[in-house]
Design a protein around this ligand. Structure first.
Ligand SMILES: Nc1ncnc2c1ncn2[C@@H]1O[C@H](COP(=O)(O)OP(=O)(O)OP(=O)(O)O)[C@@H](O)[C@H]1O
Ligand SMILES: [Mg+2]
Length: 286
């Protein structure tokens, strides 16, 4: 008997939607870590979630990727309801968590092979995929190196390759470039763009770097009103600038009571502009 549950099938109404999140909430006791977030991501898009430390980005990703239960609301990945059909949803996704998770005593290639085996990728396909991905992330020469000997940027690239070894349709990356130097960050962006083109991926990426969202994303879930979302390409810079102007500056210095009225979690407010960005990023419905 299979250990995997029998799939109930994707929701036909969600065709063309890689990700759909509806009023999703995560509570820890009385504390609401994620407060009723809604958005959807179409097949083939790169979608950025912006938010400062503590905004709830990782919590949201953990719910979408079946790692923690959803308190209320729904998440559909490739049409599968993650609460009702978690195994089917998992098969469609690759996940790069915020913390690096590769086994540092194993080589780059061994890390990838273990993942491929865990996902049941057949032998010939496994080797083809590993070779293609090592080339895409520019680590062919380092395939036999233990992960602990790699720089931070190289290790991130190795993790990106590992996360794609089972050929997922939807790729979740939680702050993949935090802590990297500017050159390594650009390398990671370029690799993600290349991989997206080659593999027809949908990508959801969280970041607190405005320029990262600006450069990489087709859409940025940036703020509460429809006007805060712009579609990408040459409008990306405009989108980021618009976001900063509309969402950060006006709220900078507004009284706490007003911010609270707008649903800010003051516990994590910090500088008011940052708090505004948190709400903007996590409360908005495109
Ligand atoms: N297991 C938990 N129990 C209680 N509170 C939690 C738990 N996990 C997260 N939180 C709280 O939920 C909030 C959101 O945390 P989360 O890690 O999702 O934020 P984040 O946007 O990913 O931040 P960062 O940019 O620092 O990674 C934080 O206030 C955090 O303390
Ligand atoms: Mg996080």
């Amino acid at each position: 008997m299979s250990l995997l549950s029998r799939s109930k099938g994707p929701d036909a109404a969600r065709q063309g939607q890689a990700i759909a999140v509806e009023s999703i909430v995560k509570k820890y006791g009385d504390f609401e870590a994620v407060k009723g977030v809604s958005f959807d991501v179409k097949d083939g898009e790169i979608f950025g979630l912006l938010g400062p430390n503590g905004a709830g980005k990782s919590t949201l990703i953990r719910m979408m990727t079946t790692l923690i239960p959803i308190t209320s609301g729904k998440a559909f990945i490739a049409g599968y309801d993650v609460s009702r059909d978690p195994d089917a949803a998992r098969r469609t996704m690759g996940v790069i968590p915020q913390a690096m998770t590769s086994d540092i005593d194993l080589t780059v290639e061994e890390n990838m092979r273990i993942y491929a085996k865990l996902y049941g990728v057949p032998g010939a396909e496994r080797e083809r995929s590993i070779n293609e991905l090592l080339e895409a992330v520019d680590l062919v020469k380092w395939r036999g190196a233990q992960v602990k000997t790699l720089s931070g940027g190289m290790r991130r690239r190795a993790e990106i390759a590992r996360g794609l070894v089972h050929n997922p349709r939807i790729f979740f990356l939680d702050e993949p470039t935090t802590g990297l130097d500017p050159v390594s960050r650009v390398n990671v962006w370029e690799m993600l763009n290349t991989l997206k083109g080659r593999r027809n991926l949908t990508i959801l990426i969280t970041t607190h770097y405005m320029d990262e969202a600006d450069r990489l994303c087709d859409r940025i879930n940036g703020a509460g009103g429809a006007g805060e979302e712009r579609r990408g390409g040459d409008q990306d810079a405009q989108c980021a600038e618009h976001f900063a102007r509309r969402c950060l500056r006006p709220l900078h210095g507004t009284p706490a009571s007003r911010r609270a009225g707008q649903g800010l979690r003051l516990r994590h407010a910090g500088p008011s502009g940052v708090a505004a960005m948190k709400v903007a990023a996590m409360k908005g419905r495109p």
